[in-house]
Design a protein. Structure first.
Length: 482
């Protein structure tokens, strides 16, 4: 008797050793399981961390024909996101994205099989931790029986989910991550990704914008580099660091102390090192909370660089609002802005209209995590072109035919893969940079404090994305008493 893949995973998921078996190489067992059409009507999933479900499923039975297409099975999309921890703003934005999709497509979509398929979105709170993200991905595939995994944000979380997707042969879409860290795997680097794909920005573009921003402010070209000793910090400054290579090639002198432990309370030694070496440029690669601690202590110790740039730490305006007036004129990368000239594919709303909708519904300032909507746009477009929505391999085949304009810019997997240089001199026009990656835009911004709790990003660089218009030049940091 043959067992389908889904039957096998449900059986496995009920056992206590699911994760252990996964770690031991579940993929080989799954290759012997056939595929079969299955109907799903479950609306909620219980067990483990908080898990919720939102459904567009109507009360009409899936086999009933009404005045329209025949009703098909629900398309179950598993969302691994953070509702707690340092990535919690991703979860809040994900809620808005789900509400946007269910409002735009209340009945679901008609796929290439001619049937109307409603959506069921099943959420899993990863708590901003990679191991919980991996465990959640296992649960969503083996217990919640999702057809697709979606995740965004921190590379450790995204890669943990993608690793599970590869083992369990479940399609996975990711965005708002760096593409090298996604495509060039630490785990099984000799085994290419087959089920996990990303619309991801590139460190080469981030570095190009950083250098362009620094060149706009007269300095002594001495850079103090503050780096967290976590996975992402090590990746940015490791053996093949594009950042360090580019800074060196541009003629900057770098002071690079040992990476600091995450959640460090006292940065005095680092600040003193930067002061001693006269670092007029400060570049931090750290979680937001650590940068906030560092910057407050730096000001208290009278360290006043002419320009300050932070990777990861200053993506969200809410972080800068927490800093108050001392956030004025800090610079960072931008992975999405309301001013960008893109529109989402479901209703045609512009980036500015999406930001306004979010602020109206939540009462909070926009965040770049709104661009998680682009991953759902992508998923919906692929499902629409699928004749067998139960086939993981057909989903991947249709994904590789994607040509779509989203709120995060275009995705075109029909382009040929263009090898990109390992340094900042790589082809600036290359977008399909790996079999599993299409590059998303990135820009450089300077944050301005217009009034208490009013923080706005002014785009000051877009070296490799001229379509993203800059709003002016970088200004030197301003300090009280100067």
């Amino acid at each position: 008797m043959e067992m389908t893949r889904r039957e096998f995973l449900r059986l496995l998921g009920r056992g206590v050793g699911a994760w252990t078996l996964l770690a031991g190489g579940l993929g080989g067992l799954l290759t012997g399981c056939k595929e079969q059409e299955v109907s799903h009507t479950v609306a909620t999933v219980v067990g483990g961390p908080p898990v919720t479900s939102v459904s567009t499923t109507s009360t009409v039975p899936s086999t009933t024909v009404v005045s329209g297409p025949e009703r098909g099975k629900a398309l179950r999309i598993g969302l691994v996101t953070a509702y707690s921890g340092p990535l919690a703003l991703f979860g809040k934005a994900e809620d808005w994205c789900v509400e946007f999709v269910t409002s735009a497509l209340p009945e679901g979509i008609v796929c290439a099989d001619g049937k109307l398929h409603p959506f069921e979105f099943v959420r899993w709170d990863c708590g901003s931790r990679a191991e919980k993200a991996a465990g959640g991905a296992v649960h969503l595939v083996t217990e919640a029986d999702v057809d697709l995994l979606v995740c965004s944000g921190d590379i450790a979380v995204v890669n943990a989910v993608a690793d599970v997707a590869e083992e369990l042969l479940c399609p996975c879409l990711c965005n708002l991550v760096e593409w090298h860290a996604f495509a060039l795997r630490e785990k099984a680097p000799d085994r290419p990704l087959r089920f996990s794909y990303a619309h991801a920005y590139g460190v080469e573009d981030v570095v190009a914008d950083f250098l362009h921003m620094w060149e706009q402010v007269p300095t002594n070209r001495k850079v103090g580099l503050l780096v967290a000793g976590d996975k992402e910090g090590r990746w940015w400054t490791g053996e093949h660091s594009l950042l360090l290579e580019a800074i060196g090639q541009a003629g900057y002198e770098v002071t690079f102390p040992e990476p600091f432990p995450v959640s460090m309370a006292d940065f005095t030694a680092y600040i003193s090192e930067f002061q001693k070496n006269g670092c007029e440029i400060c570049c931090a690669i750290s979680p937001s909370a650590d940068f906030v601690t560092f910057w407050r202590q730096a000001l208290a110790l009278d360290y006043r660089p002419k320009t300050v740039t932070a990777v990861r730490a200053l993506l969200f305006p809410q972080v800068l609002a927490g800093l108050g007036s001392v956030a004025h004129l800090l610079t960072a990368e931008a992975v999405w802005l309301p001013s960008w000239p893109f529109s989402e594919s479901l209703t045609g709303r512009t980036c500015r209209q999406l930001a306004d909708d979010y602020m109206r519904k939540t009462g909070e300032q926009w965040t770049p995590a709104l661009a998680q909507l682009a991953a759902l746009e992508w998923a919906i477009e692929v499902f629409k072109r699928s004749r067998d929505v139960d086939s993981e391999r057909e989903f991947v085949a249709r994904l590789l035919e994607t040509r779509l304009d989203t709120c995060l810019g275009p995705i075109d997997f029909t382009e040929k893969v263009t090898a990109q240089g390992t340094g900042s001199s790589g082809s600036a026009s290359a977008r399909r940079v790996a079999d599993t990656v299409y590059k998303a835009p990135v820009a450089g911004v300077q944050w301005e404090v217009a009034a208490p709790l009013v923080i706005e990003a002014r785009q000051v660089s877009a070296v490799n994305y001229p379509l993203l218009k800059v709003a002016g030049a970088v200004r030197r940091m301003e300090y009280g008493g100067e």
